[in-house]
Design a protein around this ligand. Structure first.
Ligand SMILES: Cc1ncc(COP(=O)(O)O)c(C=O)c1O
Length: 390
């Protein structure tokens, strides 16, 4: 059944058939239609919170959803947003509690407040150099860059904006591999990396690069001896995530960085190759959650994601060390923005949101880290009895 308000939206937007784009309110029923998307699995109808009916092709898969939306014609975006607006939201009381903050986080209202002016009044292109609209956007982008750099102990010139950690990871691996080419054609990573790292490595293997996938121990950490044994003179880059997105273990990145500076550099020199293997780390689950200092950790490249720290989705960055300079071949070419490493007009609202999220994360991390230390201290003191001596 289509709700009257939804029907109006469809008519307003000139939809030919209500079956084509039907996002309508339906009361929970004992046998939900096949095209029902709810907050509980359709196989357990009695657990359904107020479901939102969507067109069957949308729930059938991404490809068919795209086909369907395209078929609506010009005003489909308005139509979709009208339809979504008209659809009843599930009652908060019935909605399950969302606990997977590793997958994503909501946008912090403070972040959203900071973003909004850049969608409406302050919409200048940050690359427009000749007028105030451009300057104000550019100033906001640069302020955000400072906050992100500050979160990981970097210089703001070392932050390159991307669409997310997936792009950053692709850029780090493919960029390094393509820059060094056949001179240094070996990459080391772990078997427990995020899929975007593993798939980038597979792609590079198809191109002829050699990849070592290190296993992890029972506790999820790599064995440093295995890493040392895997190093070769031709190792161009070692990519090991800081915090694992499934089990949360923190890899010994600073120790790995030291090993590459000593053993890695020695091996390269023995074959007359310059430099040491670069250390890339996927920091998507680490930044804003644990203190990070790229210099203390000897990291050369770090991938970051905004939506893991209460910032907007579709936004990320990569830290690229400037001294000594890390060389990468860009994977996106064009206008030469972002030090030529990532062309394309920047998205000020998203960047401002990411910057604000980073600023808040840094401030609140300091408080929560102190809190943890206090908690640990109390735990220790209560174990040794000193806390109870009163
Ligand atoms: C460790 C890790 N790397 C990379 C990503 C991809 O990040 P994004 O969604 O910003 O592309 C994620 C998010 O799922 C992640 O947890």
């Amino acid at each position: 059944m289509i709700a009257p308000s939804v029907r109006q939206a469809l008519v307003r937007n000139g939809a030919k058939s209500t079956q084509r784009i039907a996002a309508a309110a339906t009361a929970p029923s004992s046998s939900p239609p096949a095209a029902t998307r709810g907050y509980a699995t359709p196989s357990k109808p009695n657990q359904m919170a107020t479901p939102v009916e969507v067109q069957s092709t949308v729930s059938a898969g991404r490809g068919s959803a795209q086909r369907n939306i395209k078929s609506v014609g010009g005003g489909h975006r308005d139509l979709v947003s009208d339809v979504l607006e008209s659809a009843p939201r599930p009652s908060t009381a019935k909605r399950p509690i969302y606990l997977d903050a590793q997958a994503t986080t909501p946008v912090d209202p403070r972040v959203l407040d900071a973003m909004m002016p850049f969608y409406t009044n302050q919409y200048g292109n940050p690359h427009s150099r000749t007028h105030a609209y451009g300057w104000e956007s550019e100033a906001a982008v640069e302020a955000a860059r400072e906050h992100i750099a500050d979160l990981i102990g970097a210089d703001s010139k070392e932050i390159i904006f991307t669409s997310g950690a997936t792009e950053s990871n692709n850029m780090a691996l493919k960029g390094c591999a393509h820059f060094y080419g056949s001179k240094k054609n070996h990459i080391i990573t772990t078997q427990t990396e995020h899929k975007c790292v593993l798939d980038s490595c597979r792609k590079l293997q198809d191109e002829g690069f050699e990849v070592t996938y290190l296993p992890v121990k029972e506790n999820g950490l790599i064995d440093m001896k295995e890493l040392e044994d895997a190093l070769r003179p031709e190792t161009a880059v070692v990519s090991i995530m800081t915090v694992n997105n499934e089990i949360g273990v923190i890899q010994p990145i600073a120790e790995i960085g030291k090993l590459l500076k000593t053993k890695g550099a020695e091996l390269a020199k023995s074959k007359g190759l310059s430099g040491k293997p670069l250390l890339h780390t996927d920091g998507a689950q680490a930044a804003g959650k644990i203190p990070i200092d790229v210099n203390k950790m000897n990291v050369d490249l770090m991938s970051l994601s905004s939506h893991k720290i209460y910032g907007p989705k579709g936004m990320g960055a990569i830290y690229v060390r400037r001294r000594p300079r890390v060389r990468l071949e860009p994977i996106i070419n064009g206008g030469g923005q972002e030090r030529g490493l990532r062309s394309g007009t920047l998205a000020p609202p998203l960047i401002v949101g990411f910057g604000e999220a980073a600023r808040i994360a840094k401030r609140e991390l300091a408080v929560s880290t102190r809190g943890k230390m206090v908690a640990r201290g109390l735990g220790r003191r209560s174990r040794d009895g000193s806390y109870c001596k009163c």
